[in-house]
Write a protein that binds this ligand. Structure first.
Ligand code: FAD
Length: 404
């Protein structure tokens, strides 16, 4: 294979370097890191870390010594251009590196808001450690924050901020929270929990402008004419995959860097993994681009296996979690295209799962405070299994018996 150069040291890039060494890969590994920290975990940035738990070290995958011990060259630099014919990557610092195999693990970046005053200092985003740190240092009881976007990150931020005594308004264009990702059952439950916690939800409306007095944010205006006073605005309106470098290198890109079922691009010496990769899914048919730790790390393991001689088709089962206030949401499988939802557990008690079906086929399970159902779903769906809607609805049906 020759040297492996990994562009990006997030969940995918880090895992690839680690798995390559674990799998006995003996050649050079360069892990390009354009953030000013050792590679770290992102999920706590909107959860425990934002709350104030631990220092930056608590987020790091591994200490510095791990990279030295494993001969992983962690290079603080950005890949600037790729020459596919010469198999070279030019770095921002001017250095050029030769590769045997190149892996794009470039992730995604915040989608920026494009409305008046969106560039003011009190308009913030939450993707990287520095942004989480800045918000953690900034938020204080009594402060008024408007969160734009009721996706996972917006709601996690909102719950944490409310827990810290801020006044929180959340504005969402869709008619329910997390509308693209979860069933109405879970959205409704989540909405009632956030409302009970004192968060004000504004659904089916858009923020049309951020209002300011000089450089100071004073509030936001909504499409329905409402004005919400605010000291701080936090934007969580999704991300854009970092595909530009691949596109400039002449590789096909669409809503991600296009890779096949082996996570290989159109060039046999270049792969793409994690949030930036639009891959051909054997499990679901068609192309998928997912944004999750599971996707990033399972992609990484698949490419590491290929580069150490154990080529396999990527077939990871998607799963995800989100902590919002006291509630733990977990998803197993992909529920796209479901036509029927069966609830198991007790909504009133705040512990239930939505089993999503197309016909009689179980597509995925969304759980709230039901970790057992989630783990069951991962095992069952991972093995290609299903249970009937009647079994799912029957509290006396023993899920474990379906795994035997
Ligand atoms: P990233 O983690 O984005 O890493 C890509 C890296 O590449 C970045 O460091 C980037 O700066 C770098 N890079 C880009 N271009 C270049 C270049 N040209 N040269 C060098 N480096 C470059 N997922 C879950 O499953 N559960 C959760 O609870 C959860 N919570 C989240 C909370 C937050 C606040 C965020 C932001 C994400 C969360 N996610 C969660 C999603 C998860 O973190 C991502 O799916 C995961 O980080 C993707 O990993 P990645 O390596 O593909 O991309």
């Amino acid at each position: 294979t020759g040297s492996v150069i990994i562009v990006g040291a997030g969940h995918a890039g880090f895992q690839l370097a680690a798995s390559l060494r674990q799998g006995g890969f003996a050649e050079r590994i360069v892990l390009l890191n354009d953030e000013g920290h050792l590679p770290y975990q992102r999920p706590p940035l909107s959860k425990a870390y934002l709350k104030g738990t631990g220092g930056p070290d608590s987020l790091m995958f591994r200490p510095d010594k791990f990279y030295q011990d494993n001969k992983i060259e962690l290079v603080t630099d950005r890949a600037h251009a790729v020459d596919r014919n010469a198999r070279k990557v030019a770095l921002a610092s001017g250095i050029s590196l030769d590769y045997g195999h190149l892996v794009f693990a470039t992730g995604a970046r915040n989608r920026l808001l494009d409305i008046p005053n969106a560039k003011l200092d009190a308009v913030r985003y939450l993707r990287i450690l520095d942004e989480s740190q800045a918000l953690r240092d900034l938020i204080a009881p009594g402060m008024r924050v408007v969160v734009i976007g009721a996706g996972f990150i917006g709601l996690e931020f909102a719950a944490t901020a409310r827990g810290k005594g801020l006044e929180v308004d959340v504005v969402e264009l869709a008619s329910r929270v997390m509308a693209r990702a979860v069933t109405a059952e879970i959205s409704e439950f989540s909405q009632s929990r956030h409302t009970e916690a004192g968060i004000r939800l504004h659904l089916g409306v858009q923020v049309t402008a951020i209002e300011a007095s000089g450089a100071k944010v004073t509030g936001v205006s909504l499409s329905n004419g409402t004005h919400i006073p605010a000291d701080l605005v936090v934007v969580g309106v999704g991300v854009l995959p970092n595909v530009e470098l691949a596109a400039e290198a002449g590789l096909p890109v669409a809503s991600g860097i296009i890779v096949d079922e082996h996570l290989l691009t159109a060039n046999p010496n270049i792969s793409a993994i994690g949030d930036c990769a639009l891959y051909t899914s054997k499990r679901f048919g068609g192309s998928l681009r997912l944004e999750s730790v599971q996707n990033a790390t399972d992609h990484a393991r698949c490419v590491a296996a290929r580069l150490t001689g154990k080529t396999e088709v990527y077939d990871g089962l998607p799963w995800f979690w989100s902590d919002q206030g006291p509630d733990k949401l977990q998803m197993a499988g992909l529920t796209t295209g479901y036509d029927r939802v069966v609830v198991r557990g007790d909504r009133a008690q705040g512990a239930f799962s939505a089993f999503c079906y197309r016909g009689d086929k179980l597509l995925g399970i969304e759980s709230v405070n039901r970790a057992g159902d989630h783990m069951f779903g991962r095992r069952l769906l991972g093995a290609g299994g299903s249970i009937t809607p009647e079994q799912a609805a029957d509290a006396s049906f023993d899920l474990k018996s379906a795994l035997a």
